[in-house]
Design a protein around this ligand. Structure first.
Ligand code: KG4
Ligand code: ZN
Length: 361
């Protein structure tokens, strides 16, 4: 099966072509520089940029994959959760292509696509515990199969990536700051007592990172009595060394909090064979090493996408969409976008499966 994947849920327009689980080509246009001027994504600008770039990207990805549009059998599109206007740009484009070519339309849950991304590089083993850490979400899932996910816990406020980006802003590090914090932390030693590991004193599998962000703010306020950190346009007056220690300590607090709740979730999901860690924040070096150690201690297979597949991309959408298409699932033209904070419904239309039941995946 030949599948085109379209991603436009935030500030990246991305497309990919996958054939039977193998990535043939992918392209991406990032709007990060545009939004950096405002310190965060401006939804209206994001939608317009997606709309402008979708057609040229399609031409590019088909050329790179050396296929014609008429050969594409399934068109997978990220349908949320994300910025509504941004998603609608991708969705309308995908629907138009399907109407024009007769390809089948497959709406994909962006979060599920993240979790399955590593499947392009290695065999995913189920049942699995899924740890989805991105700019908008921090979710723990029991993944019975690639297509059957149960949400076990989620963030009650800021997502892990959001905390990285907000702390980066306090530190005067430009948007999107998660990657830069990771780099600044690389040569520094974490002070493990500097910041709390939030929301552990309970029995649940939820997260809360906003308190950690406040703790960093309070610490900076102490360092810099003038409170310059509150002004995003001005750098905090810190030495490179101090900045490194703050970043490494923040990294430690996030990674260790994720480790503790993941370990707790594993205790509640006996029989799980692998740990799947995904999303933009899964690119973080400290989190990668903590999760590698955890999987090894628990004798679980670890699936971590390579760095390029952690952050938003078209390949993961194409790959996940193809799994659904092969299991006989598709959408009608009524397919709707799902905004951030809303659960993506399982509203596929089931057609005779080409590859048996969902259980095979
Ligand atoms: O998955 P993603 O590309 O977009 C969403 O679906 O939200 O994740 C983007 C998030 C941003 O918050 C970014 O700062 C964070 O991933 N991120 C990182 C790293 N690379 C990207 N956070 C920590 N360390 C990194 N190396
Ligand atoms: Zn994402």
């Amino acid at each position: 099966m030949l599948t085109l994947g379209i991603e436009s849920s935030c500030d990246e327009t991305a497309m990919a072509v996958v054939r039977d689980g193998e990535l043939l080509a992918q392209v991406m246009a990032s709007q990060a520089e545009l939004h950096a001027l405002f310190g965060g994504v401006v939804p209206e600008i994001a939608s317009r940029e997606h709309y402008r770039i979708l057609q040229p990207l399609l031409d590019q990805v088909l050329k790179k994959a050396d296929v014609g549009l008429e050969q594409v059998e399934s068109i997978a599109v990220s349908r949320g959760p994300g910025l509504l206007g941004a998603l609608l740009a991708g969705l309308s484009f995908a629907k138009g292509l399907c109407l024009g070519t007769g390809a089948r339309l497959v709406g994909v849950d962006h979060l599920q696509a993240h979790l399955l991304a590593a499947g392009l590089e290695q065999e995913l083993v189920f049942p699995a515990l899924g740890v989805l850490i991105s700019g908008g979400h921090t979710h723990l899932y029991h993944m019975r199969s690639a297509l059957d996910l149960e949400l076990l816990g989620k963030t009650l406020d800021d997502a892990a990536g959001e905390a990285y980006d907000k702390v980066a802003r306090m530190l005067g590090v430009p948007y999107p700051g998660g990657k830069r914090i990771d780099e600044l932390a690389a040569d520094a030693e974490a002070d493990v007592k500097l910041f709390p590991r939030p929301y552990l004193d309970n029995q649940n599998l939820d997260f809360s990172f906003s308190g950690l962000k406040t703790a960093v703010g309070a610490y900076l306020h102490g360092v810099n009595a003038k409170g310059l950190y509150t002004n995003p346009d001005r750098k905090v007056e810190l030495t490179e060394q101090e900045l490194g220690v703050i970043c490494a300590s923040f990294n430690f607090s996030v990674a260790d909090t994720l480790r503790i709740k993941t370990e707790r979730a594993l205790k509640r999901t006996p029989g799980v064979k692998s740990l799947i860690v995904a999303g933009g924040v899964a690119a973080n070096s400290k989190i990668r090493s903590v999760m590698t150690q955890l999987a090894s201690a628990k004798k679980l297979k670890l699936s971590l996408p390579s760095l390029g597949l952690c952050t938003d991309n078209g390949a993961m959408v194409a790959y996940a969409g193809e799994l659904f298409a092969k299991a006989g699932f598709s959408h009608t033209m009524a397919l709707d976008a799902v905004p951030r904070g809303k659960k993506v419904p399982f509203d596929y239309v089931s057609q005779p499966s080409q590859q048996g039941s969902m259980g095979e995946f």
